[in-house]
Design a protein around this ligand. Structure first.
Ligand code: SF4
Ligand code: SF4
Length: 204
């Protein structure tokens, strides 16, 4: 059996009507008797549920690696501090490093660099996945936590979930973020067809 098609709706910038088109397209498919999974991948500002007039329920947290320092093992060598690309580790002479959580991108370089196993795994919450249902349509979406910058990781978690459920639906509609950033490219990569919503302006 062939896989259900995936339609991604995107646009060069916000405010062009991308979400309106995505929700309208999903509802048009429902009116034709299809079961639809609408995927709200505009994780900085997800609002498909508002257009549908439904309340969402949380599905799961989206987390990433965060280092924790085992001070009983740490020698204070500073290697992890020097290798951190985000300046997320601070150290005073003779002390174990301190982790600045808001700067850490979760790259794990510090944990590979530490030779004495003093960096242990902790996690930080980047955002969450949510769901809602209406008619013959199910909505799943992602929401980036305020202050976090790594929206592509929330999109990855969301698309992984959507792909796992793909076989239960006739068609998937993805409302992607606007622009051409990593989060948008991820949504377009899994799509069979892209609908690009524009306005007749130079930046449209
Ligand atoms: S590399 Fe390991 S031992 Fe060295 S300062 Fe960092 S945590 Fe401590
Ligand atoms: S995980 Fe990466 S960004 Fe975070 S503290 Fe370690 S090296 Fe720095």
């Amino acid at each position: 059996m062939s896989k259900p098609p995936i339609v991604a709706v995107t646009g060069g910038k916000g405010g062009v009507g991308k979400t309106t088109v995505a929700v309208g397209l999903a509802l048009a498919f429902v009116r034709r008797g299809l079961s639809v999974l609408l995927v709200d991948a505009d994780v900085d500002n997800p609002n498909c549920h508002e257009l549908l007039g439904v309340s969402v329920e949380k599905l799961a947290d989206v987390t990433s690696f965060l280092p924790a320092i085992d001070e009983s093992r740490c020698t204070g060598c500073g290697i992890c501090v020097g290798i951190c690309p985000d300046f997320a580790l601070l150290i005073k002479p003779g002390e174990a490093p301190k982790v600045v959580e808001s700067r850490c991108s979760g790259c794990m370089a510090c944990s590979f660099a530490c030779q004495v196993g003093a960096i242990i795994r902790s996690t930080k919450v980047l955002g969450e996945l949510f769901t809602a249902a209406r008619y013959n349509l199910r909505l799943i979406g992602g929401k980036l936590k305020p202050g976090e910058a790594r929206s592509p990781l929330v999109v990855d978690a969301l698309l992984k979930r959507a792909m796992a459920e793909r076989g239960d639906y006739d068609v998937l509609v993805i409302d992607s973020a606007p622009g051409l950033g990593n989060a948008v490219v991820r949504a377009l990569r899994v799509a069979d067809l892209a609908v690009v919503v524009t306005k007749p302006t130079p930046l449209g």
